[in-house]
Write a protein that binds this ligand. Sequence first.
Ligand code: ADP
Length: 444
Amino acid sequence: MSLTPGLRKELGFLSISAIGSGLVGWLLGRLPEVLLISVILYLVWHLQQIIRLNLWLKEPKQHKKPYAVGIWSAVLAAIESLRERGRKRKRKLGRMLSGFQESTNALPDATVVIDSSGEMEWWNVPASEMLGLNRKRDKGRKIDQVITDRVFLKYLAEGDYLRPIQIPAPVDSGISLEVRVVPYGKGKRLLQARDITRLHQLETVRRDFVANVSHEMRTPLTVIHGYLETMGDSDDPSLADWQHIFGQMRQQTVRMQRIVGDLLLLSRLETSQGEGGQTVVDVPDLVKSLQQEAINLSGDAKHRITVDIDEELWLFANPDELDSAFSNLVFNAVRYTPAGGGITLQWVLTESGPCFTVKDTGIGIDNEHIPRLTERFYRVDVGRSRQSGGTGLGLAIVKHVLTRHNGALRIESEPGEGSIFTCSFPGSRVREAESGTVSAVTKT
Ligand code: ADP
């Protein structure tokens, strides 16, 4: 083992002391006692050095450091070098942290760091402005005491952060925020908020415009349709040559009335928020009535329309919205399946939750169209859709209704073979059949 300079000094000091005290002991004729006393003194010296070291390490500013003698000079030099390295690392981390804070402060979006107990640890300048945070007052406060919006509290509690939410800013309800929570580390969360007031206003203008135009068109269309019917029923010989034209005009007004109706329904679905109007729905009864309506619609085409229903499976949902969504799928199946084809309506509980499935042996859909089918007015074959009375809005309505019920639409199809449309709902919406309850679906 090679001796370090400190250890060498210490051993030198120890040897001199041993020789010195040996000599003194020999001269006094009390060698053991003198040697014992010098060992005790040596130990006391090191003990007081250890006590000084302990105090100095704990509070370096208030206590003096041990004497840098012998081995202690090496120990103290090593401690100083460790401390210097620590100081350098701290300075580097400090520089990195302030660089990070400067860059997040420069971002237009609000960022808040939330610890595992929901308390706010740090936030950037835009967060102070958007959420009205004050560094002195709010550090360590819980985020749910700052943002108390009901939608946000639900979002935070449920922990399903895949989709962002839209809420009014806590400082000004006229400002719309898009808020997203991102979990990271051990139970930590990062909250991001973006000012989407302008986007929100544009969206509102668009929605109101469509709703107003549709609403305004309703009355003139009813009047025109009424007159056309009257003229169509007239026995006046001077109108005889016009009957064919009147018939076509009537057809077009019916089509426009359907479009207006669907547009109004879509804008209602977009504007109404929350779970208003939701109740326990007797879905088996709804599916059976849809089967009957599908048979009526099929008429001479004589489709084979069968059902497979779990009679005990009811659902917590909005009955009218459910009726709109399911009937769109069922009527589509009738309209896009050639005469004599088969259609199955299924309502069962699967592993992924309750599912309503419409399966047909119809014309099918090419794969390339499937991702776009739920867009408004998207049709694979515009002519065919119009001819069969389609508005191009049916699947958009289905998608909206399912989103409002935390559900999803799955479309599988094979051209020339048929299609399967599946509406799946979360298991939490399942309710048991109530005996003696009247169907909750109201037909308009
Ligand atoms: P439309 O009123 O035109 O039927 P939808 O939104 O209901 O509008 O459907 C969009 C398009 O999806 C339809 O135009 C049609 O091309 C296609 N489609 C929907 N359902 C079926 C089906 N069961 N079989 C084949 N194609 C379908």
